[in-house]
Design a protein around this ligand. Structure first.
Ligand code: ZN
Length: 324
């Protein structure tokens, strides 16, 4: 049996470089620092040129898909939520925002759920979580405003083709990472308590990842969503707290597990999310990779400013496989 590879995806952890410290720079992440000390630090281009930065682009790219255009978010959310789309029908992700661009919170979304369903009588509309809905129907939903909220229907996009098999286990809350994992052909595990938001049960995800490794998984991908969610709400304190929790509850135990069996582990983001503006960015994101075959590069920390001039890797997941 070959030693496993582990990829930790801290959704939206990276940020554009500003004159002041980024959240990765400000956060106390001793387990990540220790990985940097024994591994190699570089950057990963998670958003191919011309594509919009987002998890539906960044996660498949991290996992080895070659995207020519953005994947449809509707089919990804449907795969994550186990929603079956009837033959001949389509599925769209539908979001509700405030007029200033802020995402509606769950309570606000639930308050307009009935109005949204009434505005789309030919669609099966269901609330997913937060500001997210899913609409299944024959035609693309046509709706722009519901109550006092702006409605955004995501574009149709390319279908994700499988590039993985069930020897790869994706541990994620219901959401883009779970949907991408499923459509890409991986096995997806969603532990109880995993919400994809701030307050998610990170230990439950780590336990699921360790169980998958014990069961002989070839690769385990663990997705942590809360840092991106906090950044969208422009919540600096929440983003930092989420990264520090991921360091203690995910990175530390998985780094130890990788070291124990001679496996390879990488930690990175799927895209940057600016905590000032709440927007995604397409810049390459910092990544650390530690494996027995990797010579320590002597990096001290993992953050945007330190990695600014480092090499840009293509496909860290493939690289992880080659380095075991
Ligand atoms: Zn995001």
């Amino acid at each position: 049996m070959t030693a496993p590879r582990i990829l930790v995806v801290l959704d939206g952890a990276a940020e554009p470089i500003w004159p002041w410290p980024s959240t990765l720079e400000a956060a106390q992440m001793p387990a990540l620092d220790a990985l940097c000390d024994r591994g190699a630090v570089a950057r990963v281009a998670t958003t191919p040129p011309g594509l919009p930065p987002g998890s539906e682009v960044g996660i498949p790219t991290l996992l080895g898909a070659r995207l020519a255009s953005a994947p449809g978010r509707g089919p990804i959310e449907a795969a994550a939520a186990d929603v079956t789309v009837p033959e001949g029908a389509g599925v769209w992700r539908v979001d509700v925002h405030h007029h200033d661009g802020r995402r509606a919170v769950t309570a606000e979304a639930m308050l307009v759920a009935r109005d949204l369903a009434a505005a789309l009588p030919d669609h099966d509309v269901r609330h997913l979580k937060g500001h997210r809905f899913l609409a299944v129907g024959a035609e693309r939903p046509e709706v722009e405003v519901v109550a006092s909220l702006v409605v955004v229907v995501w574009d149709d996009g390319e279908a994700l083709a499988p590039v993985l098999d069930r020897r790869t286990v994706v541990v994620a809350a219901p959401g883009a990472a779970a949907g991408c994992g499923r459509l890409l052909g991986a096995q997806v595990v969603t532990p109880a308590g995993a919400t994809g938001d701030v307050g998610s049960d990170l230990w439950a995800k780590t336990r699921a990842a360790l169980a998958a490794l014990r069961d002989g998984a070839d690769a385990v991908v663990l997705h942590v969503g809360g840092a991106d969610e906090a950044a969208h709400h422009r919540d600096k304190v929440g983003k930092r707290a989420m990264l520090e929790a991921a360091d203690a509850d995910v990175i530390r135990p998985l780094a130890r597990a990788a070291a124990d069996v001679g496996g390879a582990i990488a930690v990175t983001s799927d895209h940057a999310t600016c905590v000032e503006t709440g927007r995604h960015h397409a810049d390459p994101v910092p990544a650390v990779l530690a494996a027995p075959a990797v010579a320590p590069a002597g990096a001290v920390r993992l953050h945007e400013r330190l990695a600014e001039r480092s090499a840009v890797w293509d496909g860290p997941f493939a690289l992880l496989g080659a380095l075991r």
